[in-house]
Design a protein around this ligand. Structure first.
Ligand code: PLP
Length: 338
């Protein structure tokens, strides 16, 4: 394929089979890190920019601002460099230095918000900063991945279609939740086809998206400290929270046992597969979405000193099985949320 634009190399049809991630469960991993932005967010950025260009909201020379933990920032910086947009990215201390250097190298201006919000995260503070800037500059445009329907559309149109075309209809689909664009796009796409797929929405312990108590988190990608506007709850969603220590253990296990250096969200989603393995019928078609690869996490998830200082010695013990908190079950039983 000779692409007209770099961002059309989304490489959405790459899948790899991981046998026996948990006893008796084979998973097909959808590899979304094999594109020029290194993550699934290339599709989100492309769709949001296309929609804004089509509506006349932005054109060559426009100034954009966006809140990002890194992946969307890199994707938007690629498109902005090539399209002539001036881009400011608002990030926080959980974004790695490498990612900040990457975004700067592509010409983006970086603002790091260091103050935590009331839920112990940074998202509300990043958004407050953007709203202050918008109030001062009426030409500034905020695509707002947390509320932009084009974020959902990117995955309804592409991600779920790529899965169905390549693999058929999954019995189980494990999807991580950050802005929930990927999740909602998959939900909408499967709903429209009246599919039987059990969708598992996977988030980190400490995230408030599924209405669980807030707690500080250290790994970027999944989780929020403020519920995204595009998220709509569905009874059919099985919602699971994974402790960050399980994320780290699974990432390290997959790297050591399979030679696949995965990013944090992938470790989280695979920990959910392993944690729910006893509910999955043998022979089921199980799919999990891997949003990015692990190189960006070499100084964090794959660095012993960082892991022990944030999550304790136990997070290095790769033989410890995951302990997911299944929110849906707690609610169905009328019990207390995790
Ligand atoms: C590495 C990574 N994984 C997962 C996600 C979550 O994807 P979504 O925002 O579509 O929920 C993000 C979002 O920024 C991400 O950067």
């Amino acid at each position: 394929m000779i692409a007209e634009d770099l961002w059309d190399l989304t490489n959405g049809s790459s899948f790899v089979s991981l046998r026996g991630v948990a006893s008796g469960v084979d998973v097909i991993l959808k590899m979304e890190g094999l594109n020029p932005a290194g993550s699934i967010k290339l599709k989100t950025a492309r769709e949001m920019v296309r929609a804004a260009e089509a509506s006349g909201r932005i054109r060559h020379g426009s100034e954009l601002i966006e809140s990002t933990s890194g992946s969307l920032g890199i994707a938007l910086a690629i498109i902005s460099a090539a399209r002539g947009y001036v881009l400011t990215l608002v990030t926080d201390p959980n974004t790695s230095d490498r990612t900040v250097h990457h975004m700067r190298a592509l010409g983006a201006r970086i603002v790091v918000v260091k103050e935590r919000d009331a839920n112990g995260g940074f998202l509300q503070r990043r958004i407050d900063y953007i709203q202050d800037r918008l109030a001062q500059d009426e030409n500034l445009v905020w695509l707002n991945q947390y509320a932009n329907p084009a974020n959902v559309e990117a995955h309804r149109r592409n991600t779920i279609t790529e899965i169905l075309n390549e693999c058929g209809t999954p019995d189980w689909l494990f999807v991580g939740a950050g802005t929930t664009g990927t999740l909602m796009g998959c939900v909408e796409g499967l709903r429209a086809r009246e599919s039987h797929t059990q969708i598992v929405a996977v988030d980190s312990v400490g995230s408030v998206t599924f209405d669980a108590p807030p707690q500080p988190r250290y790994i970027p990608g999944l989780g929020t400290s403020r519920r995204p506007e595009i998220f709509t709850d569905h009874d059919a969603l099985l919602k699971v929270l994974i402790p960050e220590a399980d994320t780290v253990r699974m990432c390290r296990r997959i790297a050591a046992e399979r030679g696949l250096l995965v990013g944090g969200s992938t470790g989280t989603v695979l920990a959910a597969v392993a944690g729910l393995a006893d509910r999955i019928e043998p022979g089921s078609l199980v799919l999990a979405i891997s949003p990015d690869l692990g190189e960006r996490y070499l100084d964090t998830i794959y660095n012993d000193v960082w892991v022990v200082s944030r999550l304790g010695e136990g997070a290095l013990a790769t033989s410890v099985p995951p302990s997911p908190r299944v929110l849906t079950d707690f609610l169905a039983l009328g019990g207390v949320r995790a």
